[in-house]
Design a binder for this molecule. Sequence first.
Ligand SMILES: N[C@@H](CCC(=O)N[C@@H](CS)C(=O)NCC(=O)O)C(=O)O
Length: 209
Amino acid sequence: MITIYHLNMSRSERIIWLMEELGLPYKLEKFQRGPDMLAPASLKQVSPLGKAPAIRDGDTVLIESGAIVEYIINRHGGGRLGVPISSPDYPRYLQWMHFAEGSAMTQFLLHLFLGGFIPGIDQSQPMVKTFMARTPEMLRFLDGELSRSSYFVGNSFTAADLMMNFPFGMLTKFAQYDLSPYPNIVGHMATIAKRPAYVKAMALADPPA
Ligand SMILES: N[C@@H](CCC(=O)N[C@@H](CS)C(=O)NCC(=O)O)C(=O)O
């Protein structure tokens, strides 16, 4: 059985959610962020860099959420929630699967850190302004992409939606970013929030205090 090493308020919610979507059994080991919001040192016992998510499947330990999602879908999920290479939707699927961490999280974390999470950043610096302005630019682009369909790929929910949901949640919850000017993104988040597997996974990932 797969063990998920989960850190509260973190990307490891994706893996719990995926297992719930696929109806696969798993064991959950929880780690709690400290007052500094960092992971506890004990997470390094399973994940060399001390980050979440990590999973163990027999002798295999995997880190990196996108890789974990693809691994579970292909090795344990019979390809469900993935898109086959032969499908015309495959290129878009691949793009959004990687965009979530490679581009969206990179930009949104920069926004969080430059935008006040790290005290003392000079907001008037041209480079800071440039990087901050890239957030609405990216959101406009993503909102436009979601104007074609409620989902990132085709007309049904795939793992690409599961990957892309966390960056939006991170912006609203951590950076208190107002997404209301982007109705298609807000609509995407609302559609996702109705999924029973999502509701169950979020309650397990971050139970109310
Ligand atoms: N790209 C990695 C990022 C992993 C990562 O940075 N995880 C964060 C939680 S969202 C973490 O463990 N942070 C704790 C820390 O930095 O101390 C992935 O998607 O798995």
